[in-house]
Structures are given as structure tokens and as C-alpha cells.
Design a protein around this ligand. Structure first.
Ligand code: MIG
Length: 732
């Protein structure tokens, strides 16, 4: 570790520039935050990171050891050593690495460091002085609990088929930290696609250390003071999710193993027979002809168009999986065309890289190139013509079962060799972007092919900013209570990392769900941004009706509740599109001054108004809950609670759920309704056509005592829940 130091700084109107023989740095101020770019090679001075869009630099000034720019809060700066102070972050010190073995990333030193020949070809990093009061959140898709301090995390998108609480790498990489100390929050984001290591007070209790093997370190410092403010800035930088089509907020049914269009039709019929609402049915890899992407099996799915039409009449959309692996086969147009145009990833020797995934042999499109993305996007025409309404990108870490003509086995996991070539770049550099580039190709293709509709894409892999193109699910979880519980901090941290729309497979993907687990998970999933039940081919069936009564009725109740919540969910979705705020929020999002809010892992807020405390263990009908200061109302009974700890929050046969005083929640009942709690309460509602790009409208509801005012033309029913039933509040 070589500490970086600079003898002096050159100041221009909009940048500070630092030079030394082997390392360089720039500090600029942008709307969202400070950018600190450290680089080894002079040619990286004009580097643009792969995902951030910081906008133009602002005026800044360096005086008396402080850099100042409008709207950002000062940055303390010393040159020797090169160190920063930012809010409660003291002594953020930069270092370079000679070519040394990489802790936590075995094999990396063998993988062609990009600054080869440079004395610091081991890469760059920085350390942070620790504080006992500091907590870390964000970090994208992670197992374990909410606070991430005390572990080492690597960023390398990985097809992990059996993750546990101890698993480090998963499918997504969001190198972002939300730091909190006392009541204050700050953000650190790294716009670097090389693998990264975040050692958060793990190797050394007094210090955290973040490093990359790449030749640049592109760091953003995002001011708070609240977690919400940090996430607004993060998503200003990396992008916000577009408003989804409204149907996507409904209930989705999937299963790896729906073998034929008859089987899919039978599932739709079973939902209808049980009166269970359903917005989408998902087609996993079996719909394809021999795993050839953009085809349908001629015998098992002879008429997808008729199927889509028939399901469409019932309001059910079809979503089809599209994997990146293309079958290498003469006569298969997707391969022939991509091959002729040189669109597939190459080996270090320049040959088309051949491996094995579902198709065997398989090649991988190089989605990092715009012309490849355009080509791929256009291939979706075939699926749209068949009536497919959404696309599911899987295996895009990318995952490879085996490699054929690569010189060596992949170093990390089942993926492409680190030396494979994407244009001029190595796989090592762009691996973490591959999935995002694929989903971007898909999103942009759907936008071009069906400009009047909002694209719906789901992606397993991604990087910072995946939310611009796709929703995310947390991959192959298991039908276990631990995984039900773990989905809560996982989705909360994903949301804090900018991914507002995410879900875990309800019921669990691998292994066998029990009726009780599925029931509890369906209730929890009714509050996920993305509500999809999905399971593996060999696991026991887990459609909502799979276990018979009383379970079918109980699970159907959870799904129907989801549909009742849709106006609220859609309003939150519009808010996410505008500000980046996640739908599912940790307690500290709305209660940053409460120490307890930073510790809670198993309850959360849906928007500002609802507190959800799911049952996370078998056999239980009640659980402990922490209610923040203020008053809360049991959704089911109307009983009122003051803030505090309660040992027994009952499920009332459903889920412990509380409404916050002062809020109004829009609901779909017979028509539009609002449920309010408190003498005074306010709520918002966003409405539009549910798809397309006609502008929508925001409406406010305000209630004072026994009078309600609604801004729109509609006449919603407004009511309070009291212990002896619902009491209407007349509209002015
Ligand atoms: O090798 O398409 O995570 O949701 O059902 C497994 C089959 C490939 C992994 C996904 C899962 C999907 C499955 N896929």
C-alpha cells in the first residue's frame, strides 16, 4: 500500500488538479455530489465512468484546506498525504497498490492488471477511519442483515445457486455505501466496473478499506443529511426507474417447468376458478425450441399468439425469459447474423469465445457495444409479435456452465475468462456491466418496437443504475424461513442502492415450500415492490392453490390485498420515478433520529404510511414490533398504539400491519377509497392511463376532523377504521 501524496494543487474555475509522477487526481463538484477521480495513466484524465451521469462541473474554490461549491457542503483536503474530510468522514486517504496478491479476490493478480508495467499495477483504493457509531447500508444485493459493518464484500456478479447468509457475491453489483452516524447520513459510490473489495472494519476494526485493481478510482461523495437525501442524489447520478406499466405491480405467477401452452392455460384457469387475481404468467426456458433464444418450441408452444390473446382477455400478461447465451449452430439466424457481424465476445486470441450454458455450444453477444445492443433489441420483434408483454433476463452475470475454446478455466465462478475480449476491453473490466448492458439493449429495443408502451424488463444481474432499464429479483433463494426473513434486509438495501423495484421469489425457488411458508411469504410479498411466486423445476408445486383449503383461501386473501393496495403502490411507483425513493423503506428512512430505527431487520415501511411486520417463523401468530414515535393503528382492528416496543403484535390471521397517524392511503375497493388515521391526515394519489406516456395527474386528499377534501373530480370513499368498524368521513 503506497499512500498517495501531491506536492501541490492546480486550481481552475471548475476543477482541482493534482499531479505526481505516477498518480493523478481531479476533484470536481456536481449537482449530486463531489467527484474524486484518481488515475494512474494521464490518458484517463477525461475518463467517463460506465454508469454515472454527473452533468457539468460547478464552480469550486479551494481555500484554507477546504474545497467549497454551492449546495454540497465543504470537503476538507490535505495534499500530503492526499486525504479528505467529508461530513463525519474523517481522513479518507487514498493509496495505490504495487502488484500484490489481492485479499478476498484470489487469482486476480494473475488476471492481466490493466495498468501493466505501471509501478502501481495492483490498482487503487482508499481507507476510512472507523467510528464505533458508524453503520453501513446499501451495497446492493447482499445476503445477511441490514447493517453491513464488520464484513468484507466483493463485487463480482455471480450466478450463485445456493446462497446462504454467509454468501458474499451475488448477481448484482452496486458499489454504493450509505453511511450513517448519529442522525446523519452520507453516501459513497464508485463508478468502477472492475471487481471491487469493500472491507468494512473487517480486517482491522479501526479502519475500512476499499480497493479496485483498475487503473482509475472514480469516487462520488454524496451529502445527506438524511438517508432519503442521499438516495435522491445517488439516483440523480445513476438514474431513476421509469414508471412501470401498472399491471406489473399486480401478482405474477411463474415456475421453471411450465412445459406447454396447455399447462400455462391450465394455470390461468385454476386462478380463475379460485377467483385469484393474476396480472402475469411467466415463461421460463422450456418455451424455446432447444434453448434457442427468440424461438418457440413448435410442438409444446405451437401458438403463443393465441395463448397471449386468450390470457389477455383475462388481464393476464405473458412474460418470456431471454438468456444471453446464443446457440452456436449453422442455420440458426440469430447465430449466423451475430457471427457474420462479429457481435460475439472473443477470446484473448481473437476467436469467437465458445462455451456451454443452456444452449450447447453457446456464444455470448458483446452487449457493451451499441451496435450489438441495437441488433439484440430488434430481435425482440418476434416475441412482441407473439404477444409477449415483458422480458425476463436471466443468466446475464454472465453465467457459463463450461467453456470450450478458452485458454484457461474461469478464475471466479462459472463465467467467461477474465481475459475474454469485449471490443478492446477485457472481461475483467466489463464483467460487472454485462447484465446491465443486456437489459439496456432489451429496454431500448422494446421502447423502439412498441413506442406506445412502457417496457417491462426483469434482470438478474446489474450494476449501479440497473433501475433505468429493469426490475430485479434476488435470484435462486430457497423455500426456507431464513430466506423469507433475509429477503427483507436484502430488498431494503437494494432499494437504498437505487433499485426501487425488486422482489424475492415468493415461496422460495429451490427446495419445497410448505403451505404455511407460502402463506406467510405471500403476505410479505404483497408488500414487495415486485410480487412474483416462482419455483424450481424439481420443487413441489407452489401456486397459491397448490395446498388446497384452508391455504388457498388464505393465500388468495394476501393476493387480493395486493390489488387493494394498487393505488398506493402506483403512487409510490410514480414517486420512485420522480425521486428514486424506494417503495419498501427501512425504518430509518422516515425516522432518522431514532437509534432503534437503524437496528430493525424484520419490519419495514411501505411508503410513508404503512408499517409491515411480517411473521417470519413457523407456528407463530404474533411477534414483537417496534413502533416509532407517534401513533399507529392496527390495520385490521383499528386499535391504536403509541410508539414503543410491543411484544405481541397480532397477525389477525393475516399479517401485523399498522397505519401511521396523519396519513391517508389510497385503495382500490369498489372504486377509489382512502383509509385515514388521525384527526388530521393527508395522502397523495397518482393516476394515469396505466401504460403509455400520456401525462398523469397527482391529487391530494386532506382530512381535518370530520371533513375530507379531495382535489380531483373523482368522489373517493374516505373512511377511518375504529374499533367498532369503519366510519366514513364525508367529502366536501
Ligand atoms: O440454471 O431458467 O435464477 O429463476 O427459473 C438455472 C431456469 C437457470 C435460474 C434462474 C431461475 C430460472 C432458471 N435459471
Amino acid at each position: 500500500m503506497v499512500p498517495l501524496a501531491f506536492e501541490r494543487v492546480r486550481q481552475t474555475e471548475r476543477a482541482l488538479l493534482f499531479e505526481s509522477p505516477y498518480a493523478h487526481a481531479q476533484i470536481t463538484a456536481h449537482e449530486a455530489g463531489w467527484r474524486v477521480l484518481v488515475y494512474l495513466r494521464p490518458e484517463d484524465a477525461a475518463k467517463r465512468g460506465p454508469a454515472a451521469e454527473p452533468g457539468p462541473p460547478r464552480r469550486l474554490k479551494f481555500e484554507n484546506g477546504q474545497v467549497r461549491a454551492e449546495g454540497l457542503g465543504p470537503l476538507g483536503l490535505t495534499l500530503e498525504p492526499f486525504a479528505l474530510t467529508f461530513g463525519f468522514l474523517t481522513r479518507l486517504r487514498f493509496f495505490a497498490l504495487p502488484r500484490v496478491p489481492w485479499q478476498g479476490l484470489p487469482g486476480l493478480e494473475a488476471a492481466l492488471p490493466p495498468a501493466e508495467g505501471h509501478p502501481y499495477s495492483g490498482g487503487l483504493g482508499f481507507t476510512l477511519e472507523e467510528s464505533p457509531h458508524r453503520r453501513y447500508y446499501g451495497l446492493g444485493e447482499r445476503t445477511g442483515f441490514l447493517d453491513k459493518k464488520g464484513k468484507r464484500y466483493t463485487f463480482w456478479n455471480t450466478d450463485e445457486t445456493k446462497h446462504t447468509e454467509a454468501t458474499d457475491r451475488l448477481y448484482q453489483s452496486q458499489p454504493f455505501l450509505l453511511l450513517s452516524e448519529g442522525e446523519e447520513a452520507l453516501g459513497l459510490a464508485l463508478d468502477e466496473s472492475f471487481p471491487l473489495v469493500f472491507d468494512l472494519a473487517f480486517s482491522h476494526p479501526g479502519r475500512s478499506r476499499i480497493q479496485t485493481p483498475g487503473p482509475t478510482l472514480d469516487l462520488y461523495l454524496l451529502p445527506g443529511p438524511t438517508p432519503a437525501e442521499v438516495v435522491v442524489r445517488l439516483t440523480a447520478l445513476f438514474g431513476r426507474p421509469p414508471l412501470p406499466p401498472r399491471w406489473a405491480l399486480g401478482y405474477h405467477q411463474s415456475r421453471y417447468g411450465y412445459q406447454s401452452q396447455e399447462e400455462v392455460r391450465a394455470v390461468a384457469e385454476a386462478f380463475a376458478a379460485h377467483g385469484i387475481p393474476l396480472s402475469a404468467l411467466w415463461l421460463d426456458i422450456d418455451y424455446m425450441d432447444g434453448y434457442r433464444v427468440f424461438t418457440f418450441d413448435r410442438y409444446r408452444f405451437p401458438d403463443p399468439k393465441a395463448l397471449a390473446k386468450e390470457l389477455g382477455r383475462r388481464g393476464i400478461h405473458l412474460v418470456a425469459i431471454v438468456d444471453p447465451g446464443v446457440k452456436k449452430e449453422a442455420g440458426y439466424p440469430v447465430y449466423e447474423e451475430g457471427h457474420a457481424r462479429g457481435y460475439f465476445v472473443r477470446t484473448a486470441r481473437g476467436e469467437e469465445l465458445v462455451g456451454e450454458v443452456w444452449p450447447d455450444p453457446a456464444v455470448w453477444p458483446d452487449f457493451t457495444r451499441p451496435e450489438v445492443r441495437e441488433w439484440w433489441g430488434n430481435l425482440h420483434r418476434r416475441l412482441l409479435e407473439a404477444g409477449i408483454a415483458g422480458i425476463w433476463n436471466d443468466m446475464n452475470e454472465p453465467s457459463a456452465f463450461a467453456l470450450k475454446n478458452a485458454r484457461s478455466d474461469p478464475v471466479w465462478g462459472k463465467t467467461l475468462p477474465l481475459s475474454a475480449r469485449h471490443g478492446e476491453k477485457t472481461h475483467l473490466e466489463v464483467h460487472n456491466l454485462y447484465g446491465q448492458c443486456m437489459s439496456r439493449a432489451t429496454f431500448e429495443g422494446l421502447s423502439r418496437l412498441a413506442p406506445e408502451r412502457r417496457p417491462f424488463v426483469l434482470s438478474r444481474a446489474g450494476f449501479l443504475g440497473i433501475q433505468r432499464y429493469a426490475w430485479v429479483w434476488t435470484g435462486d433463494n430457497q423455500s426456507r424461513w431464513e430466506h423469507l426473513l433475509m429477503s427483507i434486509p436484502m430488498l431494503l438495501n437494494l432499494g437504498l442502492s437505487g433499485v426501487a423495484f425488486a422482489g424475492a421469489d415468493i415461496g422460495g425457488f429451490a427446495e419445497d415450500a410448505s403451505a404455511e411458508l407460502l402463506w406467510r411469504w405471500s403476505w410479505l410479498g404483497a408488500f414487495y415492490p415486485f410480487m412474483r411466486n416462482h419455483s424450481a423445476k424439481t420443487s413441489r408445486r407452489q401456486e397459491p392453490y397448490a395446498f388446497g383449503e384452508p391455504w388457498t383461501g388464505r393465500i388468495a386473501e394476501a393476493i387480493r390485498f395486493r390489488y387493494r393496495l394498487l393505488p398506493y403502490l402506483y403512487t409510490l411507483a410514480a414517486e420512485a420515478a420522480a425521486t428514486g425513493a424506494p417503495l419498501m423503506r427501512p425504518m430509518f428512512w422516515h425516522f432518522p433520529a431514532e437509534a432503534e430505527a437503524y437496528r430493525v431487520n424484520d419490519q419495514f415501511l411501505l411508503g410513508p404510511a404503512l408499517l409491515v411486520a411480517p411473521i417470519v417463523r413457523p407456528g407463530e401468530e404474533a411477534r414483537a414490533v417496534w413502533l416509532p414515535p407517534g401513533r399507529w393503528q392496527d390495520w385490521w382492528t383499528g386499535e391504536v398504539f403509541e410508539g414503543g416496543h410491543y411484544q405481541v403484535a397480532r397477525d389477525h390471521g393475516r399479517i401485523p400491519l399498522f397505519l401511521r397517524e396523519g396519513f391517508a392511503v389510497p385503495l382500490a375497493e369498489e372504486g377509489l377509497a382512502f383509509r385515514v388515521f388521525g384527526e388530521r391526515a393527508e395522502g397523495r394519489l397518482y393516476q394515469d392511463a396505466g401504460d403509455g406516456y400520456e401525462p398523469g395527474a397527482w391529487y391530494g386528499l386532506s382530512v381535518t376532523g370530520n371533513r375530507a377534501r379531495f382535489e380531483g373530480e373523482a368522489r373517493p370513499r374516505v373512511c377511518r377504521r375504529e374499533e367498532d368498524g369503519e366510519k366514513p368521513v364525508p367529502l366536501d
